[in-house]
Ligand binder design. Structure first.
Ligand code: LLP
Length: 421
C-alpha cells in the first residue's frame, strides 16, 4: 500500500498532488489517505480472522470524526480514555457497545455517561476506581461490566515516556494484587466481571514483550478460573510500532500467530487497542517554508508548522521523515527544520539534507498518529486544517481554526470591577 508517491506534479496522496491541497486549503494542513486508513484497519482485523476478536481503535491516536466514522463502518470498536472521546465515538456513528474505557482518572460523570450509553467494558485501573464505579452503577440501577487492567511488569523496550507496563508505572493494577482485587470486584453488587486487560506501551518493535505480557496475564486467567471467576475476554491493549525511519515493526501475521498460539482453546475473545498502527502512516503534515536563514554554524529552514501542530519531535525527540513536495535540482544543504514558536525546542527535524527555497512545500511524514490529537494553541496559533483524500477527491474534515475561536470562551473583567481598583 503506497498512498504517497511522487508523480509529475510532485508528491501526491493517492491521486491528488499536495501542491493542489496547499493551494486550496493552505498550510499547515494534515492530509490523510482514506485508502491507507482502510487498508490498515482491514489488514489488522484480517490478521486475527482465525480468532474471536474485536479491534478497538485507540481514539487518542487521532480522534477526527471522519476517521472514527471510517473505522466504525469497517466494524471497529473503540478504546477511549475520556468522556470527550466517548462523545466523539457516538457523534461519528460508532457503536457504544463496542467501546472499552481505559484511563486512570475516570470521573463520576464519565462513568455515568458510559453506563448510560452501555459500553462494552470499563478497564479499571485501581481499587478506588472499583468502589466508585460500583457506586455510580448502583445509583443508575445498572451493573457495570469490568476488566482489571493489570500491570504485567514487562519491559516493552520502547521510549520511557511511552512505556506503561512496568511496575513503576502509574497505569494498571499491580500484578501481585490483581487476584485479590478480582475477588473484590466479584463481590461488589453493581459490577460484573467480564475480562482482563493490559497495555504495556507504545511503538513496540518486537513481538516478545506482547507474548510475555500475554503469558503473565494468562497465568492470572488460570488462577481466576480455578477460583470460579470466568472471563469472557482478554484485552492486550495497543502498542504495535510502525516504521518512521528505519524501524522494523513486527509483521502483523507473525504478531497474530504468536498471540493466537497462546490463546488457542481457551474460549477467550481477544480485544486489541491499536492506535498508531492504524493511522500513523496514513497521514502527513503539509507545511511551507516561510524563510531560509543560513548561518555560520547551522542553517535554519523556518516552516509554518510548529511544535504546537506536531509535538512528537519536541517531546520525544521523535524522527519524522521530511520530504520535499516538488524536489529541486539544486544542491542540498543540511537544514534544521524549525517552526515559528518561541521555544528552542520547537523543531520538526534536525540536520535534514534538502535542496530548499523559500516558499517550498514540505511533507512531514508518518504524522497520522499523535499529531493533530496532541496539537495545542500555544502562541495563539490556530490549529491546522485536516483533509482526507479519497482517490481523486479531497474532503475537508476539520476546518482551520480561527483566532477568534481561540479566545471565544474568554471574558474581560466587567468594567465596574476594573474601575473599582
Ligand atoms: N490503549 C491504551 C490503554 C493506551 O494508553 C494507548 C496509548 C493505546 C491503547 C494505543 O497505543 P498505540 O497502539 O497507539 O501504541 N503520544 C505518544 C504515544 C502515547 C501512547 C499512549 N497510550 C507518541 O506520540 O508516541
Amino acid at each position: 500500500m503506497t498512498p504517497f508517491a511522487y508523480r509529475e506534479q510532485g508528491l501526491c496522496v493517492e491521486a491528488v498532488p499536495l501542491t493542489r491541497i496547499a493551494a486550496q486549503y493552505g498550510t499547515p494542513c494534515y492530509v490523510y489517505s482514506r485508502a491507507a486508513l482502510e487498508f490498515a484497519f482491514r489488514n489488522f482485523d484480517g490478521a486475527f480472522s482465525g480468532l474471536p476478536h474485536l479491534i478497538c481503535y485507540a481514539v487518542k491516536a487521532n480522534s477526527n470524526l471522519a476517521i472514527l466514522d471510517l473505522f466504525a463502518r469497517l466494524g471497529a470498536g473503540f478504546d477511549i480514555v475520556s468522556g470527550g472521546e466517548l462523545k466523539r465515538v457516538v457523534a461519528a456513528g460508532g457503536d457504544p457497545s463496542k467501546v472499552v474505557f481505559s484511563g486512570v482518572g475516570k470521573t463520576e460523570a464519565e462513568m455515568r455517561l458510559a453506563l448510560e450509553l452501555g459500553i462494552h467494558c470499563f478497564n479499571v485501573e485501581s481499587e478506588a476506581e472499583l468502589y466508585r464505579l460500583n457506586e455510580v452503577a448502583g445509583g443508575l440501577k445498572r451493573r457495570a461490566p469490568v476488566s482489571l487492567r493489570v500491570n504485567p511488569d514487562v519491559n516493552p523496550r520502547t521510549h520511557p515516556y511511552i512505556s506503561t507496563g512496568l511496575k513503576e508505572s502509574k497505569f494498571g493494577i499491580e500484578y501481585a494484587r490483581a487476584f485479590e482485587l478480582y475477588q473484590v470486584a466479584q463481590g461488589l453488587p453493581h459490577l460484573v466481571v467480564r475480562g482482563i486487560d493490559c497495555h504495556i506501551g507504545s511503538q513496540i518493535l518486537q513481538v516478545e514483550p506482547f507474548v510475555d505480557a500475554l503469558e503473565r496475564v494468562l497465568e492470572l486467567v488460570d488462577r481466576l478460573k480455578a477460583a470460579g471467576i470466568r472471563l469472557e475476554h482478554l484485552d492486550l491493549g495497543g502498542g504495535l510500532g510502525i516504521r518512521y525511519r528505519d524501524e522494523c515493526p513486527p509483521d502483523l501475521a507473525e504478531y497474530a500467530r504468536r498471540l493466537a498460539e497462546r490463546l488457542a482453546g481457551r474460549g477467550l475473545k481477544l480485544l486489541l487497542e491499536p492506535g498508531r498502527a492504524l493511522v500513523g502512516n496514513a497521514g502527513l503534515l503539509l507545511t511551507r517554508v516561510e524563510y531560509l536563514k543560513p548561518g555560520q554554524t547551522r542553517h535554519f529552514a523556518i516552516v509554518d508548522a510548529a511544535m504546537n501542530d506536531l509535538m512528537r519531535p519536541a517531546l520525544y525527540d521523535a524522527w519524522h521523515d521530511i520530504l520535499p513536495v516538488v524536489p529541486h535540482q539544486g544542491s542540498a544543504r543540511t537544514w534544521e527544520i524549525v517552526g515559528p514558536v518561541c521555544e528552542s525546542g520547537d523543531f520538526l527535524g534536525h540536520a535534514r539534507s534538502l535542496a530548499l527555497a523559500q516558499g517550498d512545500l514540505l511533507a512531514i511524514m508518518s504524522a497520522g498518529a499523535y499529531g493533530m490529537s496532541m496539537a495545542s494553541n500555544y502562541n495563539s496559533r490556530p490549529r491546522a486544517a485536516e483533509v482526507m483524500v479519497s482517490g481523486e477527491q479531497v474532503f475537508l474534515i476539520r476546518e482551520r481554526e480561527s483566532v477568534e475561536a481561540l479566545y471565544a470562551l474568554e471574558h474581560l473583567l466587567p468594567t465596574d470591577a476594573l474601575s473599582a481598583s
